[in-house]
Design a protein around this ligand. Structure first.
Ligand code: SF4
Length: 222
């Protein structure tokens, strides 16, 4: 290896024109290949697979796409479902949530992109939860929303199999003020199972997180 480098160093002055021409030809050929449909697909796939730059390019392109359409975009993690969130229809759900390391990486990128892309809807507080890997918050969703099944039964996200009441048999107000509902609402405050932005941003808003409140106002004023 040392001899090879020595050889290159000694002979470089003799070859530099050939090297320069070779480099130029290679650059032109690469550029021309990149301009073809196949070449562009090849290089785009290659760039998207690069560590760090791949996810960054994806996030930038999605943000630009949203801006070009004059719309906005929300980045969010997805639930793993099953044990913590036993919905009937979720029994066969596959685990789609990213690993904590990947989540940190992706939301770190979103955090950086937010500075230049106002089209990103997420609050800084939401992004920070994932970027730091500490996805803990007080869930207030059972106080904010309610699910009524087609048969009238009122269910709670923490236990869909045991309805709290039925709107065909009793007043909704009495279901909402029932001890079971109150207990489930208190229990939810210790649950951080859901990772989607709707649940977390609403809960942070309910907790008077000023940054989330200001961000929500910004979205309404857009
Ligand atoms: S995080 Fe909230 S909405 Fe999600 S399962 Fe827990 S209590 Fe329900």
């Amino acid at each position: 290896m040392i001899y090879f480098l020595f050889f290159i160093a000694i002979n470089l002055p003799k070859f530099w024109i050939k090297l320069y021409i070779g480099f130029l030809v290679l650059s032109v050929l690469t550029y021309r290949y990149y301009k073809t449909e196949r070449g562009k697909a090849f290089f785009d796939k290659f760039f998207l697979k690069l560590p760090f730059f791949g996810p960054l390019l994806q996030a930038i392109n999605i943000s630009r796409f949203a801006e070009n359409l004059s719309t906005s975009i929300t980045f969010e993690s997805v639930n793993q479902g099953l044990v913590e969130f036993p919905r009937k229809e979720g029994r066969n759900a596959v685990d789609l949530r990213l690993s904590p390391e990947k989540e940190k990486e992706v939301f770190g990128l979103v955090q950086r992109l937010k500075k230049d892309h106002p089209s990103i809807n997420n609050s800084k507080s939401y992004v920070k939860l994932f970027q730091t890997g500490r996805v803990k918050y007080h869930c207030h969703i059972p106080k904010i929303s309610l699910r009524v099944e087609p048969d009238g039964s009122v269910t709670n996200c923490q236990d869909r199999d045991h309805p709290i009441g039925n709107v065909y048999q009793e007043k909704l107000a009495s279901i909402l003020s029932s001890p079971t509902m109150k207990w489930l609402q208190r229990k939810a405050e210790a649950c951080s199972s859901c990772v989607d932005s709707g649940v977390i941003e609403s809960s942070l808003f309910w907790d008077f997180n000023l940054e989330v409140m200001a961000n929500t106002l910004r979205l309404f004023m857009k």
